[in-house]
Ligand binder design. Structure first.
Ligand code: AMP
Length: 394
């Protein structure tokens, strides 16, 4: 039994064939530069890895080429016992509170939500439509990035702007990366051998995109991303929190259009805007070489992170565990050390040696005297999507 997980973006499609029980990856791949003169497909399965370049005019061609890759290894897709297809969908609005079997009505609803996520939902939908046509006999399940945060109390999900205008245009905080936050919060409970219902957690998903969440007894009560994935922490290329007045100022004084501002905040801000690089490893190299802008970018990144940790500590009142996950959270001990430095008064003490130790699975990095457990837990959104799809198709 295997589930095909598809993450379809504007010019790329990531896919993974996963056995939902044990998380074994049967095959995985990436189709990128769709629509550009030269596309690229990278595919790995038990027969090995291949990489090819050829023009990929659209998502249909991309998925067809990816599916054809399976046959090269001698095991065509039809022979692999696929029981369901799980699709990552970024915005589920207020409508989708949990993973949902795709029907025509679901597609129409996700399409309506494109106004809230114009960069994400349309390519997500394309992936669903193409995959449904190519694999019509298995259930397709949409798993929403926003769903885990449907439980945010109104005090956390409401923006203090004109209430009627906000309602009319769906302006509220939805949160993103929910599949990861939910998966990690559950992993934390099972790793600690305690019921999730007893734990107050802060989860820091620090990847190229980054977000924090506060989870009380398994239920999300706050998160750093909002109407869009722009709000909150400093990210690779996104600004995170800024004074909204900056946009008005730049509109008026720098004559920037809405598209200019969109590009600024989504693509030319964050670590990239401050230092010229968005990749954390590249940033660390610049910091080590005493590059001043890189050092500033690092300091702004850590300062913002500490602000959110403080805010969520107070929001939760009692804190049991802080968990780092995703590319930076799992692999950058310096960020973890700096994010939690000098918090012994609050019962948070990181063990320097445990923090530096490299390991693959979930691990404790807090000192024995730390009242709050500090963990590193690898995220696995594909597995979470595969499990959700398997459950609904069973
Ligand atoms: P993700 O979006 O979860 O794939 O995370 C991507 C980010 O993780 C990039 O900024 C990478 O530079 C960063 N990252 C991955 N591996 C490492 C590492 N060993 N040390 C520091 N950062 C890393």
């Amino acid at each position: 039994m295997a589930v095909l997980v598809i993450n379809s973006g504007s010019s790329s499609i990531k896919y993974q064939l996963v056995e939902p029980d044990d998380g074994a990856i049967v095959a995985s791949g990436l189709v990128e530069r769709i629509g550009e003169p030269e596309g690229r497909i990278e595919h790995s399965d038990r027969a090995g890895s291949t990489e090819t370049t050829e023009p990929i005019p659209d998502h249909r061609a991309g998925l067809q080429l990816a599916f054809a890759m399976f046959a090269r290894g001698g095991a065509p897709l039809e022979s692999l016992g696929i029981t369901a297809v799980g699709h990552r969908v970024v915005h589920g609005g207020k409508v989708f509170t949990e993973p949902t079997v795709v029907t025509d009505a679901v597609i129409a609803e996700v399409d309506k939500l494109s106004a809230l996520a114009p960069l994400h939902n349309p390519p997500n939908l394309l992936g669903i439509e193409v995959a449904r046509a190519l694999l019509p006999d298995v259930p397709h399940v949409a798993v929403f990035d926003t769903a885990f945060f449907q439980t945010l109390p109104p005090a956390a999900s409401t923006y203090a702007i004109d209430a009627e205008l906000a309602k009319k245009h769906g302006v509220q905080r939805y949160g993103f990366h929910g599949t990861s936050h939910q998966y990690v919060s559950q992993q934390v409970a099972s790793f600690l051998g305690r019921p999730g219902s007893e734990l107050n957690q802060i989860i820091l998903h620090l990847g190229n995109g980054a977000s924090a969440s506060a989870v009380r007894g398994g239920v999300a009560v706050d998160t750093s991303m909002g109407l869009t994935p722009l709000e909150g922490l400093v990210m690779g290329t996104r600004s995170g929190d800024i004074d909204p007045g900056i946009l008005l100022h730049l509109r008026r004084s720098a004559d920037m259009t809405v598209d200019d501002l969109d590009a600024l905040l989504n693509r030319h801000s964050g670590l990239k805007g401050l230092s010229g690089v968005n990749d954390f490893r590249a940033l660390s190299e610049l910091v080590a070489a005493e590059d001043k802008q890189a050092a500033l970018a690092y300091d702004v990144y850590v300062h913002r992170l500490r602000k959110y940790i403080g805010a969520y500590l107070v929001a939760l009142g009692r804190l049991d565990v802080i968990t780092f996950t995703a590319g930076v959270g799992e692999n950058a001990p310096q960020v973890r050390a700096d994010a939690l430095a000098n918090l012994a008064e609050l019962g948070i003490v990181v063990d320097a040696a445990a923090n530096e130790r490299r390991a693959k699975g979930p691990r404790v990095i807090s000192a024995p005297e730390s009242k709050v457990a500090v963990l590193v837990v690898p995220t696995n959104e594909e597995l979470a999507i595969a499990r959700a799809a398997a459950e609904l198709s069973g």
